[in-house]
Design a protein around this ligand. Structure first.
Ligand code: 5GP
Ligand code: ZN
Length: 113
């Protein structure tokens, strides 16, 4: 998909702070983090939103979300965790390439989700 920033990041055309990569996904730190360790799971293949996402990719993304949440919890010692995924402008989506937010939560933080 031309001119999709997350396609370029996921496929390594634009450098990013990468926490994890495999043949299907890249996990990066969010540029405007809601909390310390806020990360994004990006599939390497383009889907604008959850409706377009292949079932196989959806399954793998959920397993990866579980792995990354556990890794981040262990590394950051956070107190809780949100996994957020926005579809459509009204829902807060600003980048139209499917992604999952991994948001570590800390006692007393002020994250509005
Ligand atoms: P959305 O609002 O679409 O669910 O989430 C988009 C997220 O991508 C936002 O949290 C925003 O901070 C992040 N973001 C937007 N552009 C970039 C970028 O170029 N690099 C990184 N690492 N994050 C980005
Ligand atoms: Zn894309």
């Amino acid at each position: 998909m031309e001119n999709c920033i997350f396609c370029k990041i996921a496929n390594g055309e634009i450098p990013s702070a990468t926490l994890y990569e495999d043949e299907d996904f890249r996990v990066i730190l969010d540029l405007g983090p809601a909390s310390k360790g806020h990360a994004l799971i990006l599939p390497k293949s383009h889907a604008a939103n959850i409706y377009e996402l292949q079932d196989e990719t959806a399954g793998k993304a959920m397993i990866l979300a579980k792995k990354m949440a556990t890794k981040l919890r262990d590394g950051l010692n956070c107190d809780g965790f949100n996994i957020v995924q926005n579809n459509g402008e009204i829902a807060g989506q600003t980048v139209f390439h499917f992604h999952m937010h991994l948001i570590p939560r800390y006692e007393g933080d002020n994250v509005g989700i």
